[in-house]
Write a protein that binds this ligand. Structure first.
Ligand code: IPM
Ligand code: MG
Length: 354
């Protein structure tokens, strides 16, 4: 195994606490990894005035993978846009070309009671959202707020190039080949030209994958089907904004957004790994945050960036075991169930690895 360089960006809020547990778990496996640390988000704004400092950029470019906690918090809300912590996240995604965001939503059987949906609706849930991450209305130009005819006007541009659609579609079809061979593409083609092109290009790509079944859903209907019959989905492929929204919805199907990992990939092995949830400022520093989404993100890092499949699977098995053993942070505990803190959960995963 060659030595891999991991840049750790704890970020804000609960970020440092949950990242500590993920690093603890990976370090317990004694793998050839060199760890480096950097600043991003609000903590970077506090230290140097911008959310994605040049030193972080250099470390990120030199690293084989990035493990990130979360960014943002009310403290930085009043700042101008370029200083908002979220801009750090958007900047690193764009800078590293991380166009493919994989968000697997899996229901762990012991947590079936933690979902707000009835057990028979969510039982067996195992879907993968493939979200395009470096395009769409998130990055489209022109954008801004300006005066027109004596009033303020805000505007953004929803835009996709066919090359961007094609490459994310390929990621989805390839992923489907390793799963149940079904792709559902989500768009809003009854209203938007970007979506019309999206659908056309996804259909073109589908011809290269005759063994995979492609269906389409309009995004409003997709949101409904996700709570009506979520187990009908295998791979969902969609644009940046629809993917942002649908992945939070999918997260709740599993009981808690504290369970959802993510991988953002550049298509050449480099990746950024982070939980889907945010910085949860309300519980930051209390030692109660659920570190499992970050620990599972670290597993994805071993798998996708380093090709260490066995080690990744070992972490995932350990997480299943601690859940089966009844370890619960408050977000996934049923009423009256005893709970553990962030560090205890990390320790439990380490113990389960053995
Ligand atoms: C996510 C988050 C980010 C996004 C925010 C923090 C910019 O919601 O990763 O889903 O919208 O992409
Ligand atoms: Mg989001």
């Amino acid at each position: 195994m060659t030595i891999k360089k991991v840049l750790v960006l704890p970020g804000d809020g609960i970020g440092p606490e949950i990242v500590t547990e993920a690093v603890k778990v990976v370090q317990a496996m004694a793998l050839p990894i060199e760890w480096e640390y950097g600043l991003i988000g609000g903590s970077a704004v506090d230290a140097v005035g911008i959310p994605y400092p040049e030193t972080t950029q250099q470390l990120a470019r030199a690293a084989d993978a990035v493990l990130l906690g979360a960014v943002g918090g009310p403290k930085w809300d009043p700042l101008p846009r370029f200083q908002r912590p979220e801009q750090g996240l958007l900047a690193i995604r764009k800078d590293l070309g991380l166009f493919a965001n994989l968000r697997p939503a899996v229901l762990y059987p012991p947590l079936v009671g933690a979902s707000t949906l009835r057990p028979e609706v969510v039982e067996g849930l195992d879907l993968l959202i493939v979200r395009e991450l470096t395009g769409d209305v998130y990055f489209g130009e022109p954008r801004g707020i300006e005066m027109r005819d004596g009033e303020r006007v805000g505007f953004n541009t929803m835009i996709y190039r066919e090359s961007e659609i094609r490459r994310i579609a390929r990621v989805a079809f390839e992923a489907a080949r390793r799963r149940r061979r079904r792709v559902c593409s989500v768009d809003k083609m009854n209203v938007l030209e970007t979506s019309q092109l999206w659908r056309e290009v996804v259909e073109e790509v589908a011809r290269e994958y005759p063994d995979v079944t492609l269906t389409h859903l309009l995004v409003d209907n997709a949101a409904m089907q996700l709570v009506r019959a979520p187990t009908a989905f295998d791979v969902i492929v969609t644009g940046n904004m629809f993917g942002d929204i649908l992945s939070d919805e999918a997260a709740m199907l599993t009981g808690s957004i504290g369970m959802l990992p993510s991988a953002s990939l550049d298509g050449a092995g480099k990746g950024l790994y982070e939980p889907c949830h945010g910085s949860a400022p309300d519980i930051a520093g209390k030692g109660v945050a659920n570190p499992l989404a970050t620990i599972l993100s670290a597993a994805l890092m071993l798998r996708y960036s380093f090709g260490w499949e066995e080690e990744a699977a070992a972490i995932e098995r350990a997480v299943r075991k601690v859940l089966a053993d009844g370890r619960r942070t408050p977000d996934i505990a049923a009423a009256g169930e005893p709970v553990v803190g962030t560090a205890q959960m990390g320790d439990a995963v380490v113990a389960a690895l053995r």
